[in-house]
Design a binder for this molecule. Structure first.
Ligand code: NAD
Length: 320
């Protein structure tokens, strides 16, 4: 009789989105079976088109606010619109996606005794009073503002993950993802990197909110995926939450200037008032990820921007 080595089957929710589709690529590349689940709210089939005929890839249209019955060994729960324009479009659905989505995926993990990873966010720190943020900081979040559907939804999802861990002994992993960018970001999602690149490629003015002195740290998607996969592979004692992001800080103005330089654009900078609850500074402390995952970002901003610009350049020229 032949030895039977079943391939590990992995569920990726939000698998046709920006990060989810790259994660599907990565997991297929590692030899796993991948079940990609998405309701196509911000994701698109186009992001996984190249995988559709792959024998180890399966795509399923499903909304995670409804229960899901499938057989898998591991779950990466990424379903949730990530950009303010998208998550504020239907804020009630955003909270439902985070909270009911977490309950449904945790329920599935409990039934299967599967390991489950939550894509949480640096937004759980709100407008932080502590810089850079370590995982033991509890955050400064407005519970009733326009961003709360996302921030509080993600906070509640973390609560659910830890209650399933304590109450049902589930193997959980919580990643707090900081600003990540790269090819397949949505061109009109209003996120700063995609916004600046699209504006520069079209030769339009580049919009900066406030004076552009607020800082952000930008992590390239390849680095982030490395971190997620390493986190999933940690032993049962490590749950996180763990920050994943790039600690190099840039001002928004520096980012705009670098995008203009790399695209060779003639765009000018224009300034608009800061939106509500927009944090002035956001920088991860990644000491825990360094220690537990032996992980740190490797891709420099300039290099990541070159790949991202090439993607948007192609996308815009196809739609012309
Ligand atoms: N990109 C970042 O900088 C960043 C930062 C922090 C956290 N995150 C988290 O990572 C995850 C992926 O983010 P992204 O940048 O790829 O965003 P994205 O909007 O490109 O992807 C989200 C995906 O989830 C799907 N989705 C939304 N609601 C759903 C539902 N109810 N049922 C099924 N699918 C649903 C969307 O269609 C999309 O494919 C999100 O959970 C986000 O909160 C991302």
């Amino acid at each position: 009789m032949h030895d039977y080595h079943p391939t590990k089957r992995i569920l990726v929710t939000g698998g046709t989105g920006f990060l989810g589709s790259h994660l599907c690529d990565r997991l297929i590349g590692l030899g796993y079976d991948v079940l990609c689940v998405d309701n196509f709210f911000t994701g698109s089939k186009r992001n996984v088109e190249h995988l559709l005929s792959h024998p180890r890839f399966e795509l399923m249209r499903h909304d995670v606010t409804f229960p899901l019955y499938v057989e898998v060994d591991e779950i990466y729960n990424l379903a949730c619109p990530a950009s303010p324009i998208h998550y504020q479009h239907d804020p009630v659905q955003t909270t439902k996606t985070s909270v009911h989505g977490a309950i449904n995926m945790l329920g599935l993990a409990k039934r299967l005794r599967a390991k489950i990873l939550q894509a949480s966010t640096s937004e759980v720190y709100g407008d932080p009073n502590v810089h850079p943020q370590t995982e033991d900081y509890w955050g400064n979040v407005n519970p009733i503002g326009p961003r709360s559907c996302y921030d509080e939804g993600k906070r509640c999802a973390e609560t659910l993950f830890f209650d399933y861990y304590r109450q049902h002994k589930l193997q959980i992993k919580v990643a707090r993802i900081f600003n990540t960018y790269g090819p397949r970001m949505h061109p009109s999602d209003g996120r700063v990197v995609s916004n600046f690149i699209v504006q520069a490629l079209r030769g339009e003015d580049i919009t900066i909110y406030g004076e552009g002195r607020q800082t952000r740290s930008f992590c390239y998607m390849d680095d982030l995926l490395d971190g997620l996969v390493r986190l999933m592979d940690t032993g049962p004692d490590f749950t996180g939450p763990v920050n994943l992001g790039n600690p190099c800080e840039f001002t928004i103005r520096q980012l705009a200037e670098q995008v203009i330089e790399l695209t060779g654009s003639s765009s000018k900078l224009v300034f608009q008032p800061l939106p509500a609850d927009d944090p002035m500074q956001r920088q991860p402390n990644i000491a825990l990820a360094r220690q537990q995952l032996h992980w740190e970002p490797k891709v420099q901003l300039g290099e990541g921007l070159v790949h991202t610009i090439a993607y948007f350049d192609k996308l815009l020229s196809e739609s012309r």
